[in-house]
Design a protein. Structure first.
Length: 229
C-alpha cells in the first residue's frame, strides 16, 4: 500500500540527485526532518539519458530512513522489466517517460497493477498531446523544464506554456502537475503561476546545507505565486 501522497497544496519533492551519496540514508532522513513532502529519486541508465545514477537496490537501502513517499522518476528505456523491482524496493510513485517506449498505456497499467501511483514525464521537446490517451489512468504528470540527464541545469522558460496547457487538460481530475529541472526561488513562482503544484528541487534544497530553510523558502515562493494567480 502506498503512503499518503498529498500533504499540502504545494508539494516540495527533494531530489536526492544533489545529496551527498557517501551518506545517502542520512541525507534522506535530513530532508525528511527539514520538511520535504516527497523524496524524489532519479533513476538514469546511461542509455535513455547520458548519465547513470542508481537502481532498485539503492531505493531499497534508503527506504528505512523515511516514511515519506518515494517519488521515483525512471529515465530508463525499457522501463517495464524493472517496475516490479522498484515496487518491491519501496517506491510509492513511479513516473515513466512518454518517449521511453512504444507502449505507454501498458507501462502505466503495469505501474498501477503493482500498487504504485502512476505518472508520465515529458521531455522539453515532447508536446502535451502525448498524454491524451492515458490521462485518466494517471496520478501525476511531470514536465521536464531541463533536458533530462544531469542536475544543476537552467530552467527552460518555454516549458511554462506546456505547464499551462496541461493544467487546462487536467481540469478537475485529481492529478498532480509536477515540474522538474532548474527549480529554485526564482523559477518556482513562475511554474506555480502556470499551474504546477509539485516542485522537484535538488540544488535548491541541498545547496548551502540549510535544508529546512531552503524547503520553507521554496514553499513560500510557490504559495505566494499561487495566491497571486
Amino acid at each position: 500500500m502506498t503512503r499518503d501522497i498529498v500533504t499540502d497544496d504545494i508539494v516540495i519533492a527533494a531530489s536526492i540527485l544533489s545529496a551527498d551519496f557517501a551518506k545517502l540514508g542520512e541525507e534522506v532522513r535530513a530532508v525528511d526532518q527539514a520538511g520535504a513532502d516527497w523524496i524524489h529519486i532519479d533513476i538514469m541508465d546511461g542509455h535513455f539519458v547520458p548519465n547513470i545514477t542508481m537502481g532498485p537496490n539503492v531505493v531499497k537501502a534508503i527506504r528505512p530512513y523515511t516514511k515519506k513517499p518515494f517519488d521515483v522518476h525512471l529515465m530508463i528505456a525499457p522501463c517495464d522489466p524493472y517496475l516490479a523491482d522498484f515496487a518491491e524496493a519501496g517506491a510509492d510513485m513511479v513516473t515513466v517517460h512518454a518517449e521511453a517506449g512504444p507502449h505507454l498505456d501498458r507501462s502505466v497499467q503495469l505501474i498501477r497493477s503493482l500498487g504504485m501511483k502512476a505518472g508520465v514525464a515529458l521531455t522539453p521537446s515532447t508536446p502535451e498531446s502525448a498524454l491524451e490517451y492515458v490521462f485518466d489512468k494517471l496520478h501525476r504528470v511531470l514536465v521536464m523544464t531541463v533536458n533530462p540527464g544531469f542536475g544543476g541545469q537552467s530552467f527552460i522558460p518555454e516549458q511554462l506554456n506546456k505547464i499551462r496547457a496541461i493544467r487546462q487538460m487536467i481540469g478537475d481530475r485529481p492529478i498532480h502537475l509536477e515540474v522538474d529541472g532548474g527549480v529554485h526561488l526564482q523559477t518556482a513562482p513562475l511554474a506555480a503561476e502556470a499551474g504546477a503544484d509539485v516542485f522537484v528541487s535538488g540544488s535548491g534544497v541541498f545547496d548551502g546545507g540549510d535544508y529546512a530553510g531552503n524547503i520553507a523558502a521554496l514553499r513560500k515562493a510557490a504559495m505566494s505565486a499561487r495566491a497571486d494567480a
